[in-house]
Design a protein around this ligand. Structure first.
Ligand SMILES: Nc1ncnc2c1ncn2[C@@H]1O[C@H](COP(=O)(O)OP(=O)(O)OP(=O)(O)O)[C@@H](O)[C@H]1O
Ligand SMILES: Cc1ncc(COP(=O)(O)O)c(N)n1
Length: 265
């Protein structure tokens, strides 16, 4: 029997199920990979905002990670919310010992606008985690914070994506254009080539968890052995379908529909 694709998310929680670990696990399942999760922070949040956060001790994170790795080895890893510098250090130290594709979603702010990462953590993200990332998936604002390039046009997104790979050491970068005005074009830079992942832009406020879902889909595709560019293209199709079939739940920016691709448009 062919090996079951297995994928691990290392991220924070969202009790309303739209972002973080919860979005990742739903996405893994829908994309056809067995999903696992190590929790970095417990976040009391909903579609309106973040109310409180409790960070796991490093020991608790590392023991969760060890428990997974010694038993069920994933074929790909995705990282999401990693809020503290010491967390970046210990997670990177452990992951460096594995030869696995790592998809890094550099979560800095929630859709609600609440900050999920401090400045010192951003520095360590740049120096430690980016160089071991196979793919890094910042939105425009995160790309600006990581590279120092002002990102509001496609050309600027290309400049930031190239820097993230050629100067900062990631294998590939997708600078997501979900926050642009008229389009939803994500710029992928891989092996010296730019690819524009293009989709219609939907006029909706229900985009809670879009970033988590997109990067989780890339990771699940990589666990299935799909090459990097194709994994990103399929993830773009997946998130576009998930946004195009809104669930209309929650009092704020509601979650996307993870089974959207099975629905007619
Ligand atoms: N309104 C939209 N219509 C179509 N695609 C969108 C829309 N919003 C986001 N996307 C797509 O969703 C994916 C995630 O992009 P986005 O820029 O929203 O990430 P993020 O900022 O990390 O997530 P979030 O907005 O949930 O914080 C990208 O492929 C982006 O193009
Ligand atoms: C635990 C956690 N991780 C990430 C996000 C960002 O979500 P989004 O995909 O909406 O940017 C979030 N709100 N909560």
């Amino acid at each position: 029997m062919a090996e079951i694709p297995k994928v691990l998310s290392i991220a924070g929680t969202d009790p309303t199920g739209g972002a973080g670990i919860h979005a990742d696990l739903k996405t893994f399942q829908e994309v056809g990979a067995y999903g696992m999760a190590v929790i970095t922070s417990v976040v009391a949040q909903n579609t309106v905002g973040v109310k409180d956060v409790w960070h796991m001790e490093n020991e608790a994170i590392l023991k969760q990670l060890e428990a997974v790795l010694e038993d069920i080895r994933p074929q790909a890893v995705k990282t999401g919310m990693i809020a503290l510098p010491s967390m970046i250090e210990s997670i990177t130290d452990r992951l460096e010992r594995e030869n696995l594709p790592i998809i890094v979603d550099p979560v800095m702010v929630a859709t609600s606008g609440d900050s999920l990462m401090d400045k010192e953590t951003t520095e360590l993200m740049i120096n430690r985690l980016l160089p071991i990332a196979e793919v890094v998936t910042p939105n425009m604002e995160e790309a600006e914070k990581l590279t120092g390039v002002n990102v509001s046009t496609i050309k600027e997104a290309e400049k930031a994506a190239r820097l993230l790979v050629d100067e900062m050491g990631a294998g590939a970068a997708v600078v997501k254009g979900g926050h642009a005005k008229d389009t939803a074009i994500d710029v992928l830079y891989y092996k010296k080539e730019f690819i524009h992942l293009t989709a219609d832009r939907f006029d909706t406020k229900h985009t809670h968890g879009t970033g988590c879902t997109f990067s989780a889909a890339i990771a699940a595709n990589r666990a299935k052995g799909i090459p990097v560019i194709k994994s990103c293209e399929l993830a773009k199709e997946f998130i576009t379908k998930a946004i195009s079939h809104p669930l209309n739940i929650g009092h704020g920016s509601g979650p996307v529909n993870h089974w959207g691709r099975f629905l007619e448009k």
